[in-house]
Write a protein that binds this ligand. Structure first.
Ligand code: M6R
Length: 366
């Protein structure tokens, strides 16, 4: 049931601190501090020996995969590729027994992802799953895997399944790095402890829902929106754009902020909202200059910033704060205001957010 919430999607957005905690259970051990991935114990030697990891998914799951790529390359120093299942399965990829293929799917029933799984298996790769549904086809056909414990997701627009996927990929990247010795014990332990603080920080963001609704009021009648981010927040920008597109039918694009000059800047005028994910990290100066470029062309900037950062006041039209976190963990927080922004804009436009037109919860046909 929806309980006190008007829609399943809103309920699921608000459940995220809890579903992240569920996904930590038995795995994140801040007291040691360590990470245990029981479902992967038998295959971990194969994973550490892999020459390459390929992560395959569709839609929101593909966005989670991209975050996984950044984290695994950064910490575990293993080459990672991310593929759309619908491309991977048809394009005769170079694939063999030294590859680990991770299939990622909320439902575990997406037709293209299952076809990619079968192809990878046939070619001798180690096939692992990250999935939310116990007993799904993906869970049954992979060699091993990690379940996301997001609970049943009813809203067609994926929210809590996404943050649970990113949680699993973060645990995986850090554990792999620790096992391979590519991260120092000190940094590893600090990250494990910081990860345990993410749910509380998520709860703080959710308390801002009303402020985000006020921002949504200002922009609800736009026809286009551009989302920008850098690093792991580039896939978060794409995920924010997908949420808006799916439930409000506003055309939205997510871009790597550095790519703005290479095309999308032509769209900027005084009608265009540009949602910039701009926490205080190593990319901050770069992203501030992107914001200046948008402002110089009279675009409207909605900036997602680190709590207490006053650097963008007077520059951004609207500011939404998120708590300070380690940059590697920022996607788990930064996506929440984007989900809420899409939700409120869609509701204000009178859209059916739980059952958006033309979309199915699980795409079991090609
Ligand atoms: O069940 P899956 O994770 O395999 O589904 C993949 C996509 O169909 C799904 O993420 C879709 O993009 C959602 N509607 C996103 O909100």
């Amino acid at each position: 049931s929806k309980g006190d919430f008007e829609h399943f999607m809103l309920k699921e957005i608000f459940e995220q601190p809890q579903t992240i905690e569920e996904t930590f259970k038995g795995r994140l051990k801040p007291e040691y501090p360590d990470i245990v991935l029981g479902g992967l114990l038998n295959v971990f030697p194969k994973i550490t020996a892999a020459g390459r990891i390929i992560i395959v998914g569709c839609g929101t799951s593909w966005h989670a995969a991209l975050i996984g790529e950044y984290l695994m390359e950064e910490y575990a120093r293993v080459p990672v590729e991310v593929e759309y299942a619908s491309e991977f399965r048809y394009r005769n990829p170079v694939l063999g027994k030294n590859d680990v293929v991770i299939l990622i799917s909320q439902s575990g029933e997406t037709a293209d992802t299952l076809a990619a799984l079968r192809m990878a298996k046939e070619r001798g790769a180690t096939v692992l799953g990250i999935c939310n549904v116990v007993g799904s086809t993906l869970a049954r056909e992979t060699e091993a895997g990690v379940f996301t414990h997001a609970g049943v997701e009813i809203g067609v627009a994926s929210t809590k399944a996404f943050t649970a996927q990113v949680t699993v990929l973060t645990l995986f990247a850090l554990k792999l790095a620790k096992t391979k010795g590519t991260v120092s014990t000190e940094e590893y332990q600090a990250l494990v402890k910081e990860l345990a603080e993410i749910p509380a920080k998520g709860r703080a963001i959710l308390q801002n829902s009303n402020h985000i609704k006020q921002v949504a009021e200002k922009y609800k009648d736009v026809v286009n929106a551009l989302y920008l981010g850098r690093g792991t927040l580039f896939p978060v920008a794409m995920e924010g754009a997908l949420k808006l597109k799916e439930i409000s039918y506003i055309h939205a694009e997510g871009y790597a902020a550095g790519e703005m000059k290479h095309g999308p800047i032509a769209l900027v005028d005084d009608n265009l909202p540009v949602i910039v994910v701009a926490p205080h990290d190593a990319y901050y100066e770069k992203i501030v200059s992107n914001i200046q470029e948008v402002k110089a062309r009279k675009g409207n900037v909605i900036a997602i910033v680190t709590e207490g950062d006053t650097g963008l006041m007077g520059m951004a039209n609207d500011i939404i704060e998120i708590p300070k976190s380690h940059p590697a963990l920022a996607p788990l927080l930064a996506v929440i205001p984007l989900q809420l922004l899409a939700y409120h804009m869609a509701v204000l436009r009178g859209c059916d957010v739980d059952q958006p037109r033309n979309l199915a919860k699980s795409v079991t046909v090609e």
